[in-house]
Each structure stands twice: as structure tokens, then as C-alpha cells.
Design a protein around this ligand. Structure first.
Ligand code: OAD
Length: 243
């Protein structure tokens, strides 16, 4: 059978979405790439230039909190002037189009919310929130950069970025929300993720097993492409608005 064209695949996905009640979108760094946010594993990906073990683990923070904060403050400064792109805006519009639309993201940049998405399941936290290592208090702080070693107003202990580091557990309540949506969704769209970091990587496969029609939008194939119904190769900022 001849390979379908992207136009044909987009038409098919639109048909699937027609009249759909339960839709899930899962996003990764690729959705924010067109806003200027660096991805992790592409040609200029963050993990090509920095070692995750030095900067994004609880051990690294315990050994050198100043260096870890320097990295997160730099990322805050990079993100502060950036805006959502048409991909984020299209997903925000989908929220009001379907009775049950769940947006699950691995991104910590907050751009989905800036684009107008109100319900966002953030698997890996949010860089604009800080958490106290002493009393656990969670607060939003959009200053960029924060002081070199920011401390808690309530108890003076060191603050940490409210993000999930390698070797840390994801919040079970947040994971539960995500899996409940995956259990019942009819269509799932997996956008701009390389599919190598679990548990997000296998969420598309989970939805597929539970009966959903799963489509991927990415610049290139991923380890999961073959098990999805559709793989649309292209920029999310161009493909998503067409849906
Ligand atoms: P990656 O950097 O691993 O993958 C980005 C994906 O986006 C790649 O598959 C690209 O092909 C694709 N891509 C790039 N630009 C795109 C565009 N304009 N349109 C569509 N696709 C595009 O990022 P993630 O999969 O999000 O975790 O990485 C997963 C996790 O690994 C992150 O959340 C982070 C990281 O380490 C933590 O920090 C815990």
C-alpha cells in the first residue's frame, strides 16, 4: 500500500476528532521549539551541551546547589521573554472544542498556560514554581533570575526548582490524573517528544492498548511511531492549527 501523504493523514485525524468526546494530547519539548525553547536531545539539545547528572539530579543539588541554581536561573532567563506559538494556541483552542480534553505535558516552561490552556497536567513540574527544601511550601516566583541561592520566606531554608529531576518519582496524584484520561480517551495526539523518558514515553502505547486512536506529530519518527495509527512528520506549530 502506498504511503499516505501528510495531507491525507491530517484529513484522517480530523475525521477521527470529529464528534469526539474524549481527547488527550501529550506534549514534549518539540511543541515549544518554535517558540525558541531549546529541546533536550536534538542537534542543539540541552543534554548535548550539559550533563544531566551534574545539573538535574537530587545528588547534584545536594553537592552543588549553586551550580544547579545557576543552570535553572539561566533557563528562566532564556524562557522569560518567549511566547507561545501556534501549536500551543491550537491545543488551547481544543480545550473548549471537546467535552473532555486533557493536556498532559512533560514541559516545565508554562507556555501552555500562557497560551490559554487552563487544565494542564504537568508531569515534570514547572520552572516558575519553587519548593522549600525545609517546610515544603510551594510558591510561584516569576523573577528571572532568582537570587543565586534563593531561600524560603517562611522558614529560611533553601528553595529548589519545582521540577522533577532524574532519579525522582513523579507525583503519584498527577500520574493518576494522566492515566485516568488515558484510560478512556478515544483519540490521543502525541506531540514533539522523543519518546525516551518514562513514564511519558509509553503513555501513547497505553492509550493505544486501551482502544484509543493515537497519532504522533514530530519532525522525525520515534521509537513508538510504528505502534501508532498515524505519524505526521512536520512542525507542531504548522500541523496542529490545521486540526
Ligand atoms: P526531546 O528533546 O527528547 O525531544 C524533542 C522531540 O521534539 C524530538 O523528537 C524532535 O524531533 C521533536 N521536535 C523538535 N522540534 C519540533 C517541532 N517544531 N515540531 C514537532 N516536533 C519537534 O524532548 P522530550 O521528549 O520532551 O525531563 O524530553 C523528555 C524529557 O527529557 C523532558 O521532559 C526532560 C528531559 O530530560 C526532565 O527534565 C525530567
Amino acid at each position: 500500500m502506498a504511503e499516505q501523504s501528510n495531507d491525507e493523514k491530517i484529513r484522517l485525524l480530523k475525521e477521527r476528532l470529529e464528534g469526539c468526546e474524549r481527547v488527550v494530547a501529550l506534549t514534549g519539548a518539540g511543541i515549544s521549539a518554535e517558540s525558541g525553547v531549546p529541546t533536550f536531545r536534538g542537534q542543539d539539545g540541552l543534554w548535548r551541551h550539559y550533563r544531566a547528572t551534574d545539573l538535574a539530579t537530587p545528588e547534584a543539588f545536594a553537592e552543588n546547589s549553586r551550580l544547579v541554581w545557576e543552570f535553572y536561573n539561566w533557563r528562566r532567563e532564556v524562557l522569560a521573554p518567549l511566547h507561545p506559538n501556534p501549536g500551543h494556541l491550537a491545543l488551547a483552542a481544543m480545550e473548549s472544542r471537546f467535552p473532555h480534553f486533557t493536556l498532559i505535558t512533560q514541559n516545565i516552561d508554562g507556555l501552555h498556560q500562557t497560551a490559554g490552556s487552563r487544565k494542564v497536567i504537568e508531569l515534570h513540574g514547572n520552572i516558575w514554581w519553587v519548593r522549600c527544601t525545609g517546610c515544603g511550601e510551594l510558591t510561584e516566583d516569576r523573577r528571572a533570575p532568582l537570587p543565586e541561592l534563593p531561600t524560603c520566606e517562611a522558614c529560611s531554608a533553601l528553595l529548589r526548582p519545582h521540577v522533577v529531576w532524574f532519579g525522582e518519582m513523579l507525583d503519584p496524584k498527577i500520574l493518576d490524573q494522566a492515566y485516568r484520561a488515558l484510560d478512556t480517551c478515544q483519540v490521543m495526539i502525541v506531540v514533539g517528544t522523543s519518546g525516551v523518558v518514562q513514564p511519558a514515553a509509553s503513555m501513547g502505547a497505553t492509550a493505544r492498548r486501551r482502544g484509543a486512536f493515537v497519532a504522533e506529530i514530530n519532525l522525525e519518527p520515534t521509537p513508538y511511531t510504528d505502534i501508532y495509527e498515524l505519524s505526521i512528520l512536520g512542525k507542531s506549530g504548522e500541523v496542529l492549527p490545521l486540526l
